[in-house]
Design a protein around this ligand. Structure first.
Ligand code: ZN
Length: 430
């Protein structure tokens, strides 16, 4: 990325810096070598930057913010509604191409950092290597490689099966050796045929072996936990981040457990509730559009009603969890790639966080500063501050007032390079 080496001043009508401060009017960010060199009132930055510095003016209506972070993606899956078995019938080569397309979609939606939460064989690692060589555009990427799962467990198709503490330790070592930035482990069943999402798939001792070994290599851990039983195990094992946290019981229902929520809070575990995934939000949005346009069939209206009732149950559990756990350790995650969860829509998760009680400003912070802490990159991304990577997104409205503004992306910069820009002379559509 030659251009990242050059100096650039980005001027916007408003700056939302991700630290919790109110939007600052008429601000500018001075970028050098892909990093934020200075940030402040536009007249001052304009004066300080050398005259030859390239300038991009995003206009008075633009709200410049830290690039968004999605802590839960499956790049190799198309998110086109096909069942796992069909998606996994693709070759590894096709999965890499699918991943390249998905990286671009996320980047264009203002998502500049992701965690790749599990792909087959070397697909995740290959995508990261392609990004590193600048072969393909995409968000900066932390890669888990393959998720660790028990024999026949959720995502066993990815080929990192391990049973018992010894095999799990070996899996962690193998993944770290291949380049894993963090470790993902499947603590309960999931959507994979033959697995049971309402039951734990690993014991506390097994999960602890993963945590102990990962931490030995300074790697964080994330556990897929749909069953309440798996949530208990993950907390006891010291997992760093819990995915889904649905409180699913063997009867198939969600049963909120306040004592468990208290333990989660005391443990300081990060929680990624993946709300759009459970709520099947892309489908809800699509059906609502059809209803509002008067195009929905009776069947579709019934489907919408069923989905809305199901979503309400999940969101109520989430609200009760927030009453105990607070908002400071909650991060959004799309689970993109799975089912019909297409890439490019972290906005859906932020919308749902607002639905359960976050202010729009808090939702944006959870996708930026809070997420940067949860994934272990707090000094690198998540806020617009001197020294951070110049990963930025600009919205056409104020996202701290109306979260819908997050869907209106007008510019994206990654490591100081404009990947989407309102000025065609300055930008490059990746
Ligand atoms: Zn997932």
């Amino acid at each position: 990325m030659d251009e990242a080496g050059s100096s650039l001043v980005v001027h916007a009508g408003h700056l939302v810096d991700g630290t919790g401060r109110a939007p600052q009017p008429d601000h500018a960010v001075w970028i050098q070598d892909g990093r934020i060199h200075a940030v402040g009132a536009a007249p001052q930055i304009e004066q300080d930057a050398p005259p030859a510095t390239r300038r991009i003016d995003l206009g008075d209506d633009a709200y410049l913010a830290p690039g968004l972070i999605d802590g839960h993606t499956h790049l190799s899956l198309a998110g086109d509604g096909r069942p796992y078995a069909e998606m996994f019938s693709e070759s590894d080569e096709m999965m890499v191409l699918t991943g390249a397309l998905n990286l671009r979609r996320h980047l264009l939606a203002g998502i500049t950092t992701i965690r790749e939460h599990g792909a087959r064989n070397r697909v995740g690692f290959t995508l990261k290597e392609g990004l590193g060589r600048d072969f393909i555009p995409g968000p900066r990427m932390l890669v888990s490689g393959r998720p660790i799962t028990c024999t026949g467990g959720h995502f066993h198709m990815c080929n990192e099966t391990a049973d018992g503490e010894e095999e799990i330790r070996r899996s962690v070592r193998r993944l770290v050796n291949e380049g894993a930035d963090y470790i993902k482990i499947m603590a309960s069943g999931g959507g994979t045929v033959g697995t049971d999402p309402t039951r734990a798939s690993y014991s506390v001792a097994e999960l602890h072996a993963a945590v102990h070994e990962a931490h030995h290599f300074h790697r964080l851990t994330a556990a897929h936990c749909r069953a309440r039983e798996s949530m208990v195990n993950a907390v006891e094992a010291g997992i760093d981040l819990m995915e889904h946290a649905e409180f699913l019981e063997p009867d198939g229902d969600l049963h909120f457990d306040p004592d468990l929520a208290k333990k989660m809070t005391e443990a300081g575990i990060w929680i990624s509730p993946t709300l759009q995934a459970w709520c099947r939000w892309p489908r809800v949005v699509c059906l609502r559009h059809r209803r509002d346009a008067g195009d929905a069939t009776d069947e579709e209206l019934l489907e919408l009603e069923t989905l809305e009732v199901r979503a309400r149950g999940r969101l109520n559990v989430m609200r009760r969890m927030l009453d105990i756990c607070g908002k400071e350790r909650i991060v959004p995650g799309t689970d993109s790639g799975v089912n019909d969860l297409a890439f490019g829509h972290l906005d859906y998760d932020l919308e749902l966080l607002v639905e359960v009680g976050f202010t729009p400003a808090e939702a944006l912070e959870s996708a930026t500063r809070v997420s940067s802490e949860a994934i272990g990159l707090p000094a690198e991304v998540g806020t617009v501050e001197v020294g951070r990577a110049a990963d930025l997104v600009a919205f056409g409205g104020d996202p701290t007032r109306d979260i819908a503004a997050v869907s209106d992306v007008v510019a994206v910069f990654q490591a100081g390079f404009p990947v989407v820009s309102p000025d065609p002379d300055h930008g490059r559509q990746p």
